[in-house]
Structure formats: structure tokens, C-alpha cells
Ligand binder design. Structure first.
Ligand code: ADP
Ligand code: NA
Length: 333
């Protein structure tokens, strides 16, 4: 009974990576083009400030992320494209959810443990409450589907728990039980330095990560230097089971090429990395360089970006304001 609606977001925390592109943005465009959903895509600046951001840099990163969305193919005529802080209902619903979610649920979140590190007592309260705001981001649209990378799976489960508990506590069937959409060849792009850690824009120490704005030379160099074992590619995917670095490169190739890891293995069976890596670099450059050129073009006109975001916020609030009003009615406010 809920309108099929997609919501997803990316933090404007700087330096979009190949992981963000393949695991998120590219798939957002696919869902926009599928035509079977209303699509809402969001720059989540309220999430970004859970760790300190330089104010001028945050403003710039938000515009750059918007340019990235547009350049990757998000069309403001087909999708609602917004910046989170411009749609106040996200934060207002998050407060209600802070009162629904349990401390114990939040304490189990592995991303908090990873991001807070050893000094969790010194992490911001916002970083701890992050998944509750994320649930609000999704549910303030009654979104039914959320395309994300694998790292967000636990947060999506929490979103479902919050919706279920709210519906139960107030005896309503108001919030949908959202489906995570974690699919495609690159739901978890790993670091090129170390096949056991995810590639992340939030890890500034990882110089191996491919940024969406890298030039052709930088992309080729990073792929050439990517950690691999010395063996050629095997004949089938099974042969990659214990070779995470090689598997990661095959997944990246498949996702860039709108193909599958199986098909890539058929194409490159028995080939050494001396052949595969240059082919991957050429493909990555061919796919990323038009996007990065378009990002630069868009960044030259920040007023136009701001205008697109204001228009998006206006459209978003036609959905979010009535849902917040109804939520407050249910709660008795
Ligand atoms: P990051 O972790 O790079 O700071 P965000 O937290 O802003 O990125 O996540 C934005 C989206 O990008 C999420 O859907 C997340 O699952 C996806 N994503 C981030 N890193 C990767 C990756 N290495 N592989 C696949 N998807 C990713
Ligand atoms: Na993330």
C-alpha cells in the first residue's frame, strides 16, 4: 500500500571514491531510469558533521557532491535531489526515533565502533545517534527501497526495527518496513592497498583509493600499484575464492562494464595482471573521466547548484511535511 519509493544518501565528507560511485551513485541512476520508483537522493550534511568538518570545506564538498550526482546522471526532473539540512523534517523525525530506538540497539552498531575507535567516550553524541537519523532520512519519505553498499546493511536492519517498534508502540501501520537493495558486482569495493578493508572517502590515510575526480594518469597509476598476488587470473570465479585482491579488481571491472564477475572471468581467463590491469585502467578512465569533466563544468557555477538544491528541498517538503505532521498526530503532539 506504500508508493514504491527509493531513498538513499551520501555524506559530503569530501573526495568521492570509486566505491561511492559503483556501490551507490551508479545504482541510484539505474533506479532512477528503471521508472518503477519515485527516487529521492540526498547529500547528508547532518551526518557529515558527526565528525568535525571545516565549515568552508563542508560547503564546498556539498556542492561538489551535488555536481557528482548530476554528472553521474541524476536528473532533477526525474529524481528529487536535496541537501539534508534544507529539509528540516529529517532532523525532527530523528528526535522521535531517538525516543523509539533503544541504547542497546545503538551499542551494537559496528560502524560506530569502527569510526569512534578506541576513544569512544570522546566521540560525538551525533555519531552514536547517526543510525537513528538515517532511519528518519528514509522513513520521512515512507521509502520502500534503499540502494546501499554492504557496509550499510546493519543500519538498514535498525531502520526496520525502528519502524516496527514505532508501529507497534502506537498501534499503527504507518511506517513501511524498508527493503535494502544491496546488489550488483560492487556492493563492497575494497581498498587497493589491502583487500580486507573497504575503500572509503572517510579514510584519509589510504592513498590507494580512486577518487571520481582523479585524472587518467592517477587512475592508471593506482590500478598498476594495486596489491595482487603473482598468479594469472584463473579459469573461473571459484579460483578467486582465496584471492580477495584479485576478486576485488574483477568486481570493479564487472561493475564499471555493467557486466558480471562471471563474464569478466570468461573474458580474462588465464591472463596475467600485466594484461588485466591496463584493461581495467582504460575502462575506469573511459567511465570516470566524462563524469569528472562534467563535475568541473558544474562546479564553475555554484549558484546554479544552489538553485537546484533549493528547488529539490521545496519538492521534498511536499512529501516530508505531511508525514511529519501525521507522525506528531500519532504521538499526540
Ligand atoms: P564513505 O564510507 O565513503 O564515507 P558514505 O558513508 O557517504 O561513504 O556512503 C555513501 C554510500 O556509498 C553508501 O551507500 C555506502 O554503502 C556506499 N559505499 C561507500 N563505500 C563503498 C565501497 N567501498 N563499496 C561499495 N559501496 C560503498
Ligand atoms: Na559509509
Amino acid at each position: 500500500s506504500f508508493t514504491p519509493r527509493v531513498f538513499s544518501g551520501i555524506q559530503p565528507s569530501g573526495g568521492l571514491t570509486l566505491g561511492n560511485y559503483l556501490g551507490a551513485m551508479k545504482r541510484f541512476v539505474d533506479m532512477q531510469e528503471a521508472g518503477s520508483f519515485e527516487t529521492v537522493y540526498c547529500m547528508v550534511d547532518l551526518h557529515a558533521i558527526t565528525v568535525w568538518q571545516d565549515p568552508a570545506t563542508l560547503t564546498r564538498n556539498t556542492r561538489e557532491l551535488c555536481a557528482g550526482f548530476l554528472a553521474a546522471g541524476i536528473d532533477p526532473a526525474k529524481s528529487i535531489l536535496i541537501n539534508q539540512s534544507q529539509v528540516p523534517e529529517h532532523a525532527q523525525l530523528a528526535w522521535v526515533f531517538n525516543c523509539v530506538a533503544r541504547m542497546g540497539w545503538m551499542q551494537r552498531m559496528t560502524q560506530f565502533k569502527d569510526k569512534a575507535g578506541k576513544n569512544a567516550q570522546n566521540a560525538s553524541l551525533g555519531l552514536f545517534a547517526y543510525p537513528s537519523l538515517m532511519a528518519a532520512d528514509i522513513l520521512i519519505y515512507h521509502a520502500t527501497h534503499v540502494p546501499v553498499g554492504e557496509d550499510q546493511k546493519q543500519h538498514l536492519e535498525l531502520t526496520r526495527d525502528i519502524a516496527t517498534k514505532f508501529n507497534h508502540d502506537y498501534g499503527v501501520d504507518f511506517f513501511p518496513i524498508t527493503e535494502p537493495v544491496i546488489e550488483g558486482a560492487a556492493t563492497r569495493v575494497m581498498s587497493l592497498r589491502d583487500g580486507t578493508k573497504k575503500m572509503s572517502k572517510s579514510d584519509p590515510s589510504d592513498m590507494s583509493r580512486i577518487n571520481m575526480t582523479d585524472d587518467a594518469d592517477a587512475i592508471a597509476k593506482k590500478i598498476r600499484k594495486a596489491k595482487t598476488d603473482p598468479e594469472p587470473l584463473p579459469d573461473s570465479l571459484d579460483g578467486l575464492a582465496d584471492r580477495p585482491e584479485a576478486r576485488n579488481l574483477v568486481n570493479i571491472y564487472a561493475a564499471l562494464d555493467d557486466s558480471t564477475a562471471e563474464a569478466v572471468m570468461t573474458q580474462f581467463a588465464g591472463q596475467p595482471f600485466g594484461t588485466f590491469k591496463p584493461a581495467l585502467a582504460d575502462l575506469a578512465v573511459a567511465k570516470l573521466s566524462p563524469i569528472s569533466a562534467e563535475m568541473s563544468r558544474l562546479m564553475a557555477d555554484p549558484a546554479e547548484i544552489d538553485r537546484i538544491l533549493s528547488a529539490g528541498a521545496h519538492r521534498a517538503r511536499e512529501i516530508t511535511a505531511p508525514i511529519l505532521r501525521k507522525t506528531f498526530d500519532i504521538v499526540g503532539m
